[in-house]
Write a protein that binds this ligand. Structure first.
Ligand code: SAM
Length: 286
């Protein structure tokens, strides 16, 4: 994370911006992140509030806009289902400017852990404070560099309890870290949470890295993240996914391709076509 050592994540800001666009354009109960707008600069905020300028923004970023809003619905769903099932912990890995803890969990009987680069966390705290959004009492900020530090050491030094059933949200992260860090994260989840714990994550199709940019939105996506200093680094072959997870002690319970993700979460006609170079996984700890 060379850039992230000194600066907060640009791609975290980008996903926050997409959620702010979604909430302003479509609103709840589909695009629920009412806090995102308040974490952006006054200039961008004003442009999102203005319907004409907002549409111009959406047209410019439409495949990402749709994907990120679908993903936010997915994450909200996973977290709320976990709480309903009585899970005691929610761990948000690479949380960025995620506001799940503030929007959905402040009055619930769960402990929430946001694990992220310290630079991204520092900016997030600053923006939340400026927006007058206070941190819920059940939220723990855990700083880490996934590529250089042991997630296990960092988590076990916190109040996190490895004996409890836990929902892990790991969205928008696997493709920015090393293969070793992906394996170490899955090993931590497998070994240091109760059987039946759940991880939800997305991944880039591995052939994108061997030059297949024919998936909808791939060419622009790959170029954009490289241009902001956070290039994609890692992918998984969908054909090997079940085996990949089994070997690491997980059972695959849900998988969505891009079009399936759009169909599951985005009402027809309300969102443009989402990008299609990623899959979404829900897996359970055996
Ligand atoms: C695209 S953002 C996703 C943020 C959030 N999950 C969301 O969906 O909006 C990627 C996040 O991963 C974090 N990240 C990337 N590489 C990291 C690393 N090596 N160590 C810690 N965090 C990292 C960044 O700080 C950033 O918050």
């Amino acid at each position: 994370m060379t850039r992230l050592k000194t600066k907060s994540s640009n791609t975290a800001k980008l996903t926050c911006y997409q959620r702010a666009l979604g909430h302003a354009e479509v609103g709840s109960p589909i695009a629920n992140d009412y806090i995102a707008l308040h974490l952006l600069s006054p200039k961008v905020r004003a442009e999102i509030i203005d319907a004409g300028k907002r549409r111009a923004h959406i047209n410019r970023v439409s495949p990402t806009y749709s994907y990120i809003n679908a993903r936010n619905m997915h994450m909200d769903r996973m977290v709320l289902e976990a709480v309903e099932k009585g899970f005691a912990q929610i761990v948000i890995l690479g949380a960025g400017y995620d506001t799940t803890a503030h929007r959905l969990l402040s009055d619930r009987d769960v402990q929430v852990y946001e694990v992220d680069a310290p630079t991204s966390q520092a900016d997030k705290k600053k923006y939340l404070a400026a927006a007058g959004v206070s941190a819920p009492d059940n939220l723990h900020y855990i700083p880490i560099d996934f590529n250089e530090q042991s997630l296990r050491d960092v988590m076990l030094a916190s109040p996190y309890d490895p004996a409890l059933k836990t929902q892990f949200i790991w969205e928008g992260v696997t493709y920015y870290i090393s293969a070793e860090a992906v394996d170490a994260t899955l090993a931590f989840i497998q070994e240091s949470s109760a059987t039946g714990s759940i991880v939800a994550f997305d991944y880039i199709y591995a052939d994108v890295f061997s030059g297949n940019l024919s998936y909808y939105g791939a060419e622009e996506g790959v170029a954009y993240v490289a241009s902001v200093g956070e290039p994609f680094t890692y992918g998984i072959e969908t054909e090997t996914l079940t085996e990949f997870l089994e070997q690491r002690g997980f059972t695959l319970v849900e998988h969505y391709t891009g079009p399936e993700f759009q169909a599951r979460y985005l009402p027809e006609g309300r969102f443009p076509r989402a990008y299609e170079y990623m899959g979404n996984v829900v897996a359970v700890v055996k």
